[in-house]
Design a protein around this ligand. Structure first.
Ligand SMILES: [Zn+2]
Length: 238
């Protein structure tokens, strides 16, 4: 096998390694999934906090309203039993007023109970989401630092391989290199294949006897008629 093909084979090995590392880099977890989960939780939290604030405000208003009406009811009731009002018509009116206010106060108190329940459940929902958000923050930090660490290592290795490839490629003839790159680009994997028997390992087609003979004799620049890949003889070799 010619020196040039040995070098081209190293170029190919570097290309394969570069592709493998670039793929590994693209498959690393960047934390995007956790980030988007966190964004969703934050949106829910902001919605829940708004609902809680509304419920708490309404609760305060209602309590105040109930207190005011209850005071009014008590005042009328005191008046009713004080003996100061004697007119039967006025007494009936007063009595009805006391009854009506009592009903209103009970209605508001029912609403206050509902609000208190809602407030309690909103607080529980907020606490559970805040808990999950805290966990996710820790997870995201771990995923990101892992990404930085692994990513830096992969990028460093890619740069090493690229520089090694440049060095080797400089020792391969321009035509041969171009040919290799074209075939590799087209087939998506190997542009140069090692023949160890009677067929082309790229497309499995049987090679002509003369081609195999020439390859064994160390001739460079031979290609497969079927797939166009560059061939080299490498029985027992690399
Ligand atoms: Zn072939």
């Amino acid at each position: 096998m010619s020196e040039e093909l040995v070098t081209l084979h190293r170029v190919q090995q570097a290309d394969t390694e570069i592709a493998r590392h670039v793929e590994a880099l693209s498959e690393l977890d960047t934390g995007a999934e956790i980030s988007s989960e966190m964004a969703a939780i934050e949106a829910e939290l902001s919605d829940l906090r708004k609902k809680l604030e509304e419920a708490e405000n309404e609760n305060l208003d209602r309590e105040l309203e109930a207190k005011t009406l209850e005071e009014k009811r008590k005042r009328f009731q005191d008046q009713l039993y004080s003996g100061s009002v004697r007119n039967p018509r006025q007494l009936t009116d007063l009595h009805q007023e006391v009854e009506m206010l009592g009903r209103e106060v009970r209605k508001i108190e029912d609403r206050v109970l509902d609000l208190m329940e809602a407030i309690e459940s909103l607080r529980a929902e907020i606490a559970s989401r805040e808990g999950r958000l805290g966990e996710a923050t820790t997870q995201l930090e771990a995923v990101r630092s892992e990404y930085e660490r692994k990513g830096a290592r992969l990028k460093e290795r890619v740069e090493e391989l690229q520089s090694q490839r440049r060095e080797d490629a400089a020792h391969v003839g321009a035509r041969l290199l171009k040919r290799y790159e074209q075939v590799r680009g087209r087939s998506g994997n190997l542009g140069l294949v090692r023949v160890t028997g009677g067929n082309c390992p790229g497309c499995m087609i049987d090679l002509p006897q003369e081609t195999v003979k020439a390859l064994r004799a160390g001739r460079a620049g031979l290609t497969c008629d079927s797939c166009g890949r560059l061939l080299f003889w490498g029985e027992g070799g690399q």
